[in-house]
Design a protein around this ligand. Structure first.
Ligand code: GDP
Length: 196
């Protein structure tokens, strides 16, 4: 269970992160994709991920403690052209450092709005996972906004696009934080990645 997950600390880069021990899973998603809502429903808490959005804590890496050996990490989701180039560059460097160096990182849980999948932000995250051989799990969230048929159609389209990426280790699912659809699948992925 992820019910006892608590905010730990935020860090501007991997050098200031907690000791690289045990296991962690990183959550990524373009701004407004639904990442905070996904983290909250997965950890069965009302506002856990809100701390990452609190001014002063909008840092690169936001660490949440699941237990002594496991962590969830909330990564900021830029994706708007308005973000100044200097900040985008800083973001790229911090995340590349984290992905390339972090030994306890077991996988990336990428949240996409099912109505707007595969944005440039998402393509960049996918490319990084492929490059650093990190397992990737994609949750197509806000599925309650589409009919079941349309949601499955999007799932198949995204799956076909990912299958074309040589050497990418991926899985994907439909999620709704609002209707609590897909929680068992999300928990199973985290359990698998974080198992000792
Ligand atoms: P973040 O910026 O990626 O952390 O996104 P948030 O979790 O803050 O969600 C952005 C907006 O989408 C908010 O208005 C949420 O209420 C809404 N939202 C998030 N998840 C869902 C969902 O599963 N269904 C619906 N209908 N709305 C959602």
């Amino acid at each position: 269970s992820y019910r006892n997950t608590r905010y730990m600390m935020s860090a501007p880069n991997v050098n200031d992160a907690p000791p690289d021990e045990g296991f962690e899973v990183a959550f990524a998603g373009r701004s407004n994709a639904g990442k905070s809502s996904a983290i909250n429903v997965i950890t069965q808490q009302k506002a856990l991920a809100r701390v990452s959005k609190t001014p002063g804590r909008t840092q690169m890496l936001n660490f949440f403690r699941v237990d002594d050996h496991r962590r969830l990490v909330d990564l900021p989701g830029y994706g708007y052209a308005q973000v100044p180039e200097a900040i985008q560059k800083n973001w790229r460097q911090a995340l590349e450092g984290y992905f390339s160096e972090r030994r306890s990182l077991r996988g990336v849980f990428l949240v996409m709005d099912i109505r707007h999948p595969m944005t440039p932000f998402d393509h960049r995250m996918i490319e990084w996972c492929r490059h650093w051989e990190l397992p990737l799990h994609i949750a197509l969230t806000k599925a309650d906004k589409l009919s079941r048929g349309a949601a499955l159609q999007t799932l198949r389209t995204v799956e076909a696009e990912l299958k074309a990426q040589q050497g990418l280790n991926f899985s994907l699912q439909i999620l709704s934080a609002l209707k609590r659809i897909g929680l068992e699948e999300a928990w199973a992925v985290l359990d698998r990645w974080l198992e000792m």
